[in-house]
Design a protein around this ligand. Structure first.
Ligand code: HAM
Length: 452
């Protein structure tokens, strides 16, 4: 039985009482990226395994150990996406997006899947917001992409994140660096884990982000890539820094960042939080100038990032960020008897048409139980319609906070007018900001019309 009532390890439910936080983060991220020209792209949750093996890299932990891969009924190897970049590039190539004016700018909100050991901030199903900018090699693009992430954090009120940047060079300088790494790691060969022994020849840079504590200790004294980058890459990296300085974005150069995916070239960066546990990297990204060509497309430089939304939420809660409150129930219209119930349904529909949250009984409860429920919902107003109210075509609307009542005709227009014209000053006191805002905006608009 437990298997039915327990979610799989490393997954999380977002309950109705919490989803407004996610909606706030997601909408802020999309809107902020839009200010930089990024529009949302939606791609499938699963892709052909080959796409990830080739782009993320078959010596990475993600591909070697963490992918949810299965054969579908047509004997195709399919993988639940472990990240978003590969799918965006596949979609861009398949749909000819690179034939449009460059750069192409896309943002995405996705769930990702990695078979990792779950811990705080590390899940098997997690969520990312990301952006990809395809078609610019300029360091201005790098700085703009970093600025998108920074701007999202600022808009959400996140403080205390440290931006760390590095350059891991281009294929030309990478060869020299690989050689230096190999020499270093060969001198510690016996102590490396089996996966890293295998990586030594194929891709020594991957040893730098191995999760085994012994490998991590050895990696501490390995040569750093910044000492090996060529003059072009140096100029690019310096120009990125000037651009960040120009925007007043603070950063530190961390020459040990290499990132865990194979496709990166030149700029790599991370936003790191202290205080949410070992998994402090809230956002990671970088340039991947060779990837589009490697996937069969035109030679197109590109850069992007993805932020982990579970980690972002942890950071926001830790630093006391505010979330705009949800829209609460405007009015609960209780009823006694089938005729009154129909009236309640009709009036609720009218309130909703005006954008207010109206509730009525959908269970068949007693009036007392209906009012108890209205209280639980935190309804601002309530009324009860029974035989008498129907006969007189009037009902008393009660302000649930002050207990005051006001008699209103039982028709849609009067109910809606009551809300608009209602006790605005009192309502502004409510903590429920959204509806107050809507009402004051409506009133301002009305006042403007009257003044004209
Ligand atoms: P990544 O560093 O693998 O990069 O993931 C980006 C972010 O996703 C991480 O910084 C972290 O916040 C979050 N994340 C990763 N794994 C987990 C997990 N198991 N549980 C919770 N959160 C996690 C990428 O995915 C690249 N595609 C980013 C990119 C886009 N580079 C260029 N464009």
């Amino acid at each position: 039985m437990a298997i039915i009532t327990n979610a799989p390890r490393g997954t999380q439910d977002t309950l109705p009482s919490q989803s407004y936080k996610w909606q706030h983060i997601e909408q802020t991220a999309l809107d902020t990226a839009r200010l930089f020209g990024f529009r949302e792209i939606r791609t499938p949750t699963f892709e052909h395994t080959e796409l990830f093996a080739r782009s993320v890299g078959d010596t990475t932990d993600v591909v070697q150990k963490e992918m949810y891969t299965f054969e579908d009924k047509g004997n195709r190897s399919i993988t639940l996406r472990p990240e978003g970049t590969a799918g965006v590039l596949r979609a861009a190539l398949q749909n000819g997006l690179l034939n449009d004016a460059l750069p192409v700018k896309a943002s995405y909100l996705i769930s990702c899947f990695r078979y990792e050991k779950p811990q705080a901030g590390r899940l098997r199903e997690f969520h990312q917001f990301g952006v990809e900018m395809l078609g610019s090699a300029s360091p201005v693009a790098d700085a703009q992409v970093i600025a998108v992430a920074k701007s999202i954090f600022d808009t959400l009120g996140v403080t205390g994140l440290r931006l760390e940047i590095n350059s891991i060079g281009c294929p030309a300088c990478r060869a020299k660096y690989h050689q230096a790494l190999k020499e270093y790691f060969y001198s510690h060969q016996e102590d490396l884990c089996d996966t890293c022994k295998d990586r030594l020849e194929k891709n020594p840079m991957r040893i730098l982000d191995c999760k085994s504590p012994v490998c991590a200790e050895i990696a501490k004294n390995a040569p750093v890539v910044l000492d090996y980058i060529c003059d072009d890459c140096k100029v690019h990296f310096e120009s990125l820094q000037s651009n960040l300085d120009a925007m007043g974005i603070e950063y530190v150069v961390n020459p040990t960042i290499v990132r865990g995916l194979d496709y990166y070239t030149r700029t790599v960066f991370e936003f790191v939080a202290t205080g949410i546990g070992a998994q402090g990297t809230v956002c990671g990204g970088g340039r991947y100038d060779g990837l589009i060509k490697m996937l069969g497309g035109p030679d197109t430089p590109a850069i992007g990032f993805a932020m982990g939304l579970e980690r972002l939420l942890l950071v926001m809660e830790q630093c006391g960020c505010e979330f705009p409150p949800e829209m609460g129930c405007t009015m609960y219209i209780g009823s006694m008897g089938p005729k009154a119930a129909l009236k309640a349904v009709e009036l609720c529909a009218a309130l909703r048409e005006e954008g207010f949250y109206g509730e009525c009984d959908t269970v068949g409860r007693s009036v007392k139980a209906q009012m108890k429920y209205a209280d639980k919902l935190g309804a601002k107003f309530s009324c009860i319609i029974g035989e008498d109210e129907l006969a007189q075509n009037k009902a008393k609307i009660k302000n649930m906070k002050t207990g005051e009542t006001q008699e209103v005709s039982l028709d849609s227009e009067s109910f809606v007018d009551f809300i608009y014209g209602g006790t605005i000053d009192e309502m502004v006191d409510y903590t429920d900001g959204l509806i107050d805002l809507k009402i004051s905006q409506m009133n301002l608009q009305k006042k403007g019309e009257e003044d004209e």
